[in-house]
Design a protein around this ligand. Structure first.
Ligand SMILES: [Zn+2]
Ligand SMILES: [Zn+2]
Length: 298
């Protein structure tokens, strides 16, 4: 696993980002996927003072659960959904804080393909797919569909979002940590080459406004296996976006179910030839960002 250059502590007054799962489409619990991890996508942003935001709830949500459930944390959690494909949801039904009355989860997303987050999530977590339902004390918020111009505040974080090009719709999110000015954008499941001018402009603006994004987490298939029309982008396209906006750090995620550790190790070498500071995301990766180029990864 990743034993080098690690940092382990949660830094105060920093935005810590943790990748709980980096896989797309399917969970791959097999030794050939051990290095980068087999859990599907779920990302935690933590301000070190108890305010926590989760992006997507793939099976990687389970690997984030110990940090989320830390007793020092506020028992309020903001959960955002890029979209409702199952690789981004499959960890939610078994997420223990959902069934703990002391916890208050705020589920938030814009309306997508006619579905509010409450419609979409309650349809999944119910019979015959699951034996329990989402308890009534949690909140659902439908974010206004004003890409880039609306904000939502949660603790020390300010949230922005925009629509991206994907089957049944998808949104990218930006989080700004007001105490430090640190920022991140999470953009997965979007087809850059099929995006129209408005969709492209929306994502570029999200990365540029209100300031150049620090950490861009973006999906990136390999061009050799990429299939047009399937709703996804390649890592050279992610590099193109990162360079266009001047992002300080690019992390590639949403690796495919055929992407073994050997394949991803080679891909990371190719990525670094193109953009030396870029990294492939792996399960358990931690990024502490205190702005002013103070990046540490684990
Ligand atoms: Zn996906
Ligand atoms: Zn998808």
């Amino acid at each position: 696993m990743h034993e080098s250059a690690d940092i382990t502590t949660t830094v105060k007054d920093a935005m810590q980002i943790v990748l709980g799962g980096v896989r797309g489409s399917a969970c791959m619990p097999h030794t050939a996927f051990q290095h980068y991890g087999g859990a599907t996508t779920s990302v935690l942003a933590d301000d070190g003072r108890g305010t926590r935001v989760v992006f997507d709830a793939g099976s990687g949500l389970q690997t984030l659960a110990p940090q989320i459930s830390d007793t020092n944390a506020e028992h309020t959690l903001l959960m955002l959904f890029t979209h409702y494909h199952l690789d981004h949801l499959i960890g939610l039904p078994s997420f223990a804080p959902l069934y703990n009355p002391a916890w208050h989860v705020i589920f938030a997303a814009p309306i997508r393909a006619g579905n509010t987050p409450e419609n979409a999530l309650r349809q999944l977590i119910t019979a015959p797919y699951w034996p329990s339902q989402i308890p009534q004390h949690h909140r659902f918020i439908t974010l206004p569909d004003h890409c880039g111009s609306s904000t939502y505040e949660h603790g020390s974080f300010t949230l922005r979002w925009c629509a991206v090009h994907h089957h049944s719709g998808c949104h990218a999110y930006r989080l700004d940590h007001r105490a430090t000015g640190a920022s991140m954008v999470f953009a997965t499941d979007f087809e850059w080459s099929a995006s129209n001018a408005s969709e492209r402009d929306g994502l570029l603006r999200l990365c540029r406004e209100p300031g150049t994004v620090d950490v861009l987490i973006a999906e990136g298939n390999d061009p050799s296996t990429h299939r047009a029309g399937h709703g996804h982008s390649t890592w050279p396209e992610a590099v193109e976006i990162a360079e266009a906006v001047g992002a300080h750090q690019l992390i590639i995620t949403h690796h495919g179910p055929a992407d073994t550790d050997n394949i991803l190790t080679q891909r990371e070498q190719n990525l670094k030839k193109r953009l030396p500071s870029a990294k492939l995301g792996y399960q358990g990766m931690r990024i502490d960002w205190r702005h002013q180029n103070e990046l540490q990864t684990k």
